[in-house]
Design a protein around this ligand. Structure first.
Ligand code: PXP
Length: 251
C-alpha cells in the first residue's frame, strides 16, 4: 500500500462549471481545500492561454491557501513564464496547448522545443520544480533528462481511450508502452520523478498505479464527475482506494 503513487487532483473542471454561468460558484479554491482534507497530495490547475477554466485570480488566490502543493500546468510561452515566476508554485508542468483542442491532446514535443532548457532553468532559478508532460516515448524521455527536468508526466490518454473503445489488445499495447517508458526513465536517471495522468478513472487507474516507479498520478475530469454523485471528499478517497484495486486482467 505504501508504494502506491501520490494523487494530484486537477480542479480545472470546477472552474469550467463556474464559468459556464459567469458566476463565482463553485469555488475551485474551496474544492481544492476539501480535496486536501480528504487526502489529496497536491492540487493541479491549468492556466490555459484562452482562460477557458482557471483564471489568473484563481492561481494567485490558491497559492497561499494550499496546505499541500500547487502544480501549475502551462504552455511554454513568455506570458506563462512571467506568471509562474511571480506566483512561484511548487511545481510547473509544461504542456502543449492548441486553442481548438477539448483537452491536452498529446505530450509536449520536447525534442523540438529549442528554448526548453533555458525556460526550465529560469523556473528552477526561482526554486520551482519543473515537470514535462510527454508521450511515453524513449526519445522524449532522453530529451527531458537532457533539458534538466525534475520530473516527467507520461500522457496516459491513449491507454484510457483504448479502454473506452473496448479493444483489449490496444489497452495491453498502450499499457506496455507506459510500463516500458517508466522502466526506461528510471534506468536513465536516479533523480527524475515519473508521474502520469490523463483520462484516468476509478476503473482504469490501478493498472497504472501499480507500475513500480510511478511517483504521482494527476486526475481531474473523472474525479470531478464522481463528485457529483458522492461528494468531492468521497471521490478523492475512492480514487485512492481504486489505486490499490485489482489491475485490468490483460496478458
Ligand atoms: N495531467 C495533465 C498534464 C493534464 O493536462 C490533464 C488534463 O488537464 C490531466 C493530467 C488530467 O486529465 P483528466 O482531466 O483527463 O483526468
Amino acid at each position: 500500500m505504501s508504494n502506491l503513487p501520490l494523487l494530484g487532483v486537477n480542479i480545472d473542471h470546477v472552474a469550467t462549471l463556474r464559468n459556464a454561468r459567469g458566476v463565482d460558484y463553485p469555488c475551485p479554491i474551496q474544492v481544492a481545500l476539501l480535496c486536501e482534507q480528504a487526502g489529496a497530495d497536491g492540487i493541479t490547475l491549468h492556466l490555459r492561454e484562452d482562460r477557458r477554466h482557471i483564471k489568473d485570480a484563481d492561481v494567485y488566490a490558491m497559492k497561499d491557501r494550499l496546505a499541500t502543493r500547487m502544480n501549475l500546468e502551462m504552455a511554454v510561452t513568455e506570458e506563462m513564464l512571467a506568471i509562474a515566476l511571480d506566483v512561484q508554485p511548487t511545481w510547473v508542468c509544461l504542456v502543449p496547448e492548441k486553442r481548438q483542442e477539448v483537452t491536452t491532446e498529446g505530450g509536449l514535443d520536447v525534442a523540438n522545443l529549442r528554448r526548453l532548457p533555458e525556460f526550465i532553468q529560469a523556473l528552477q532559478e526561482k526554486n520551482i520544480l519543473v515537470s514535462l508532460f510527454i508521450d511515453p516515448e524513449f526519445h522524449q524521455i532522453d530529451t527531458a533528462i537532457a533539458c534538466g527536468a525534475d520530473a516527467i508526466e507520461l500522457h496516459t490518454g491513449a491507454y484510457a481511450e483504448a479502454g473506452l473503445s473496448g479493444n483489449m489488445q490496444l489497452v495491453s499495447d498502450e499499457l506496455s508502452r507506459i510500463k516500458q517508458a517508466v522502466r526506461y526513465a528510471k534506468e536513465q536517471s536516479d533523480t527524475l520523478l515519473v508521474n502520469a495522468g490523463h483520462g484516468l478513472t476509478r476503473e482504469n487507474v490501478s493498472s497504472i498505479a501499480c507500475i513500480e516507479g510511478i511517483h504521482e498520478l494527476n486526475i481531474g475530469h473523472s474525479l470531478i464527475a464522481d463528485a457529483i454523485f458522492m461528494g468531492i471528499g468521497q471521490a478523492v478517497k475512492e480514487m485512492k482506494t481504486a489505486f490499490a484495486s485489482k489491475p485490468i486482467d490483460i496478458r
